[in-house]
Design a protein around this ligand. Structure first.
Ligand code: HEC
Ligand code: HEC
Length: 408
């Protein structure tokens, strides 16, 4: 597949299609007071913040959204917690790595076919690693009700927890005195509040990395960082930008993802509880978490390409969190097809079980764009020194940079 460097489908397509903000107020708003007008700023977002940090919304009383999406880690997982425990007794394992919730404001709606100048780029958009949630308010239902996460039995239980919360009165003030007499509406109102909180720019898309400062002319890159960004963009070297887009369009800073789905051929993670069953495979777009594309075998193993902003403060990478350092990720990208024995286990007969997280007989849809375009005997797309430069660049994408007086 030929891929072009694309950034911000949203910016290209226009805010009406792209901004989740613009789309809110159309779906669940019929059941609650029309309160989305202040999305991101006012009372509703403030309520959403209270909810986001409130463990009493979970059946265990121990798990808040922030337990997995920690603001100190760009709303991604705290160290060692990428595959999180949850459930009533906090003993049910997660099946996927917790993503950062930053820079999701430009995620376009899921579509099976995204068309760019170079033609059909395949599936893109939607929330979660498999795009099964169209809106963030739909997405929030997933952790609130999942048996291995916050484990509520249904909307009524969530509404009851909200009624008993310390901010119940604020909730009534925002959504109507009788809101708790209508549990479904109270649940929807809660989802709306969580969504509004996740649209607060200073929290969720602050653009305060060194690279943003550099793009604004407020900081200089070191030589290593400069070499790193060139390798990131170079189609013959890292080629990273072809999926983790760096283009500035319509004045918007880069997203570092094109929101597309690709099968990178990530190795199976034996530490995921569900993987103890050899018949279980997390295949992204074709299921089992997502159900509408189950028959589309050509989409098995496809996961949404994440933004690499703030990636340097993660300690688990890819949808199944199998790798634990950027160095490992980058060596995997360039050695997957050169030294598969380093990355995949062996079969009983001693042969390498390449792509061991895809079921036997799965169609060959693993990506072979650079740097994943080598074969045994070839030299890797990046040398060790180039990998270090790329890491230096990725580290400039961490939010919270304060330019020194000399711009260093
Ligand atoms: C037990 C850990 C855990 C808790 C608690 C949790 N999440 Fe998540 N969150 C995850 C995981 C894992 C994923 C990826 C899910 C998937 O791909 O199926 C995710 C995905 C998301 C996404 C989609 C991100 C993207 O890149 O598309 C959003 C938004 C989100 N969570 C918001 C929330 C909110 C709001 C809450 C509280 C109501 C919450 N989460 C509670 C673990 C958690
Ligand atoms: C062909 C598209 C493509 C190319 C080229 C590509 N990536 Fe990715 N990248 C993805 C996808 C898709 C994922 C998620 C795959 C998964 O989890 O199964 C991903 C995941 C990652 C992650 C893990 C992020 C996280 O939150 O877990 C990092 C880091 C990363 N890529 C960096 C890079 C770098 C650096 C390069 C260039 C050397 C690169 N990628 C090239 C598509 C691509």
């Amino acid at each position: 597949m030929v891929r072009m460097v694309v950034m911000g489908l949203c910016l290209a397509a226009g805010p009406a299609i792209c901004s989740a903000d613009a789309r809110t107020g159309t779906v669940a708003a019929q059941t609650v007071a029309p309160a989305t007008a202040d999305a991101g700023t006012g009372a509703i977002a403030a309520l959403g913040r209270r909810m986001f940090f409130d463990p009493s919304l979970s059946a265990s009383g121990k798990l808040a959204c922030s337990s997995c999406h920690d603001p100190n880690y760009a709303y991604g997982p705290p160290p060692g917690k990428a595959i999180a425990l949850g459930g009533k007794n906090m003993d049910r394992g997660g099946t996927r790595a917790v993503p950062s919730l930053r820079y999701l404001h430009q995620v376009p709606p899921f579509a099976e076919h995204y068309h760019f100048a170079d033609g059909d780029n395949g599936p893109g958009g939607g929330y979660t690693w498999d795009g099964r949630a169209a809106l963030r308010r739909e997405q929030a239902k997933l952790p609130l009700l999942a048996a291995n996460e916050m484990a509520n039995s249904g909307p009524t239980e969530v509404a009851e927890r909200l009624r008993r919360s310390s901010y119940a009165e604020d909730f009534r003030r925002a959504f109507g005195r009788d809101i708790f007499d209508r549990p479904e509406a109270a649940f929807e109102a809660g989802l709306q509040a969580l969504e509004a909180f996740q649209q607060v720019p200073s929290e969720f898309y602050p653009y305060t990395s060194k690279y943003d400062a550099f793009l604004r002319g407020q900081a200089d890159l070191t030589d290593a960082e400069e070499r790193g960004v060139a390798l990131f963009k170079d189609p013959a070297k890292g080629n990273c930008a072809s999926c983790h887009g760096t283009v500035i369009r319509d004045g918007g800073l880069p997203t570092f993802t094109d929101f597309d789905y690709i099968n990178v051929g990530v190795p199976r993670n034996p530490k995921i509880e569900a993987n103890a069953d050899p018949a279980y495979f997390d295949l992204g777009l074709c299921g089992p978490a997502r159900t509408d594309l189950a028959t589309r075998k050509e989409l098995c193993g496809y996961f949404r390409s994440p933004s690499v902003r703030n990636v340097a403060i993660r300690d688990a990478f890819f949808h199944n969190g199998v790798f634990h350092s950027l160095r490992e990720v980058l060596h995997f990208y360039v050695e997957r097809d050169i030294k598969p024995e380093k990355w995949y286990p062996r079969n009983a007969d001693g042969s390498v079980h390449k792509f061991d997280d895809l079921p036997p007989g799965a169609p060959d849809n693993v990506d072979h764009d650079a740097p994943l375009n080598r074969k045994p005997g070839d030299s890797p797309a990046l040398t060790d020194a180039e990998i270090e430069d790329l890491i230096a660049f990725l580290q400039t994408l961490t939010d919270g940079y304060h330019p020194g007086p000399d711009g260093s």
